[in-house]
Design a protein around this ligand. Structure first.
Ligand code: TXA
Ligand code: MG
Length: 349
């Protein structure tokens, strides 16, 4: 593939009439001509392309090195856009849109066949979401298109929560990045399917199971997310993901157990990195230490998770140990990403 010049345009996300700004108009022009553009959402940066165009979608898969059987999420700015490419919206899905859009919730719906088949990877369904970020919404509005947008990272790497992360992975591979500053939530949207009177979580994310259960009855989590031998219903969940370069191992036990893991690895002459909370940082010692946030406020941990994982690529470590978190509220999404980044490696006390 030819090396591209990657232009980075900085936008001030609080200006009025953002969609008329030069930067957003430039992004819209690129998108209308079939190019792909990275832009911030409230979760992570996305790499957007025209969801009707096979050529644009092919560019997204190429730039990311993404397996072609993994479908993309379609981003919209207005619910009226939906009727064109989904066949029906179940009552529960409607309630969830009402409660959480715009926001970090992707809803899987039957599609009408009008979108590029590359977006849906041959499935009969499509995941749709309305992001809660002024830059994402203005890019969609200005382009007048539904935008297919996976996270703007190289496949398998931690998702990007800043324009710098996007550059690290995709410089020379895409023509434009809209830099709207760091993202807020830090982990991707929750992906759900509403079928047979149930809401099934296919990927835990920014909207928690507890929050969903306040709006609809019978919220379940796809069992394949925790069972090793079942195929997940969300194709993307089967791949190792979010992984830093050095192997990551989760440590499930008290602080003495955590320290014993460090000492054992040290005795083998390994350089050790740790992912730790603010509260525990002074009770452990390793060669490199990255603080994830406060164990008492897991939204801070979610926000810094991917940046923390990326930080270790610049530090020379042989192994990374991470603390674990309770799997309630946003902790479910954090643990899902940590488990995938660790490729399932966990040491229990
Ligand atoms: O927060 C987000 O969702 C970000 C931002 C950019 O919006 N996007 C994102 O996209 O995380 P991506 O492509 O990295 O992850 C999409 C996930 C994958 O696990 C994929 O398999 C799943 O959604 N997915 C997409 N369409 C699906 C469908 N029709 N059925 C089941 N899972 C689907
Ligand atoms: Mg992704």
């Amino acid at each position: 593939m030819n090396e591209k010049h990657t232009e980075v345009l900085i936008v001030d996300k609080v200006v009025e009439n953002l969609h008329k700004s030069m930067e957003i108009q430039a992004a819209a022009e690129q998108l209308k001509s079939g190019e792909v553009v990275a832009f911030p959402t409230e979760t992570v940066y996305g790499l957007g392309g025209n969801a009707f165009s096979d050529e644009a979608i092919e560019r997204i898969f190429q730039a990311k090195g993404r397996p072609s059987d993994n479908p993309l999420i379609v981003h919209i700015a207005d619910k009226s856009q939906l009727s064109e490419y989904v066949t029906s919206v179940p009552a529960d899905a409607e309630k969830l849109m009402e409660a959480f859009w715009p926001g970090p919730l992707t809803i899987v719906l039957e599609h009408s066949g009008k979108l590029s088949g590359r977006v849906t990877a041959g499935l009969t369904t499509v995941g749709v979401r309305m992001p809660d970020h002024p830059v994402a919404l203005s890019v969609i509005k200005a382009s007048g298109l539904p935008l297919a947008a996976p996270s703007a990272n190289t496949s398998g790497r931690p998702s990007p929560t800043s324009a710098g992360h996007v550059l690290e992975d995709l410089k020379g591979k895409i023509s434009m990045i809209i830099d709207g500053g760091p993202t807020g939530v830090g982990v991707e949207s929750t992906v759900v399917e509403c079928t047979g009177g149930k809401t099934i979580i296919l990927r835990p994310g920014g909207i928690t199971k507890e929050a969903l259960a306040q709006v609809v009855d019978k919220v379940e989590t796809d069992p394949a997310l925790t069972e090793k031998n079942t195929a997940p219903r969300s194709p993307g969940m089967k791949y190792t993901h979010y992984a830093p370069s050095a192997p990551l191992v989760l440590v499930d036990g008290d602080i003495e157990f955590f320290n014993s893991q460090i000492q054992e690895a040290e005795a083998q002459g390994r350089r050790i990195g740790i992912l730790i909370t603010e509260e525990l940082q002074h009770r452990v010692k390793a060669h490199e230490q990255v603080i994830l946030g406060s164990g008492n406020d897991l939204s801070t941990v979610a926000r810094s998770l991917y940046d923390s994982l990326r930080t270790f690529d610049k530090k020379n470590v042989d192994i990374i140990f991470s603390v674990v978190f309770p799997e309630t509220e946003i902790g479910s999404a954090i643990m899902n990403r940590l488990r995938k980044a660790a490729g399932g490696a966990i040491r229990k006390q």
